[in-house]
Design a protein around this ligand. Structure first.
Ligand SMILES: Cc1cc2nc3c(=O)[nH]c(=O)nc-3n(C[C@H](O)[C@H](O)[C@H](O)COP(=O)(O)OP(=O)(O)OC[C@H]3O[C@@H](n4cnc5c(N)ncnc54)[C@H](O)[C@@H]3O)c2cc1C
Length: 201
């Protein structure tokens, strides 16, 4: 899986601080270095709506549709995903869960070959991509571009960077958290311990 940051709001922390200070009529107190404590206080007080002024966009590729099916449940996120109608899956690649034992890897691969043959058979019988895809597995590799504001990213990380989340969405979200933490540490660093708690992915 590859997780790539495509875009992020420039000077996100300063923007959030400015927006929030408008509430308190204290924008004159925005100075280099003032955002750290200010943002921490906003978050600890649950005053999170100013975080909605900053956005990020990620391109996640080499992941399974099992993972993206979970990710797209987050309703405040914007999504563009590889189509299984306009793009053929004749040579689909697949994700192999780490739980597949070494001795079973060949068998798993053979099962995927069987599915490829099923897909080809239904295409030969005249089905369109949109119907032939009904025989495809959740393991199918896909790619997706997602955008969300920082408040929504914090929510996603809180529920997906934990051991309760499935391993692949956890990996994707832990990676996004690490990347966003470099861009806006005072918005995300209180969430970093989640990564350690769920096994350091
Ligand atoms: C460990 C885990 C297991 C899961 N298992 C299942 C499962 O078995 N079956 C299943 O169907 N789903 C499952 N889910 C998905 C889960 O139910 C949510 O659909 C998903 O996590 C999206 O989260 P959300 O609704 O909190 O947030 P988002 O859609 O990201 O929205 C963010 C926040 O906005 C607010 N919000 C958004 N829409 C509304 C609304 N319409 N009304 C009120 N408030 C709103 C809420 O505060 C919400 O938390 C699972 C999720 C996790 C993390």
């Amino acid at each position: 899986m590859n997780v790539k940051l495509l875009a992020v709001t420039e000077n996100a922390e300063a923007l959030i601080e400015y927006a929030a200070r408008v509430c308190y009529q204290s924008t004159g107190r925005c100075q280099p270095g003032t955002s750290e404590k200010f943002l921490q206080r906003l978050i600890s007080q649950g005053h999170e709506s100013p975080l909605e002024h900053a956005y990020a966009t990620f391109h996640i590729s080499g992941c399974s549709r099992a993972m993206t099916h979970q990710l797209v449940r987050h309703r405040l996120m914007s999504v563009s995903q590889q189509s299984q109608r306009y793009v053929t899956e004749s040579n689909f690649e697949y994700v192999m869960p780490p739980s597949v034992a070494d001795k079973d890897k060949n068998e798993y691969g053979k099962d995927m070959e069987v599915v490829r043959a099923m897909y080809a058979k239904w295409k030969e019988r005249g089905l369109k991509n949109e119907d032939a895809r009904f025989v495809l597995p959740n393991a199918c590799v896909t790619e997706i571009v997602i955008s969300a504001n920082f408040r929504e990213f914090r929510h996603i990380f809180q529920v997906r960077c934990t051991r309760h989340a499935q391993w692949e969405i956890r990996q994707a979200c832990c990676e996004m958290l690490k990347i966003l933490n470099k861009k806006a540490p005072h918005v995300f660093d209180d969430l970093l311990p989640l990564i350690e708690k769920c096994g350091g992915e």
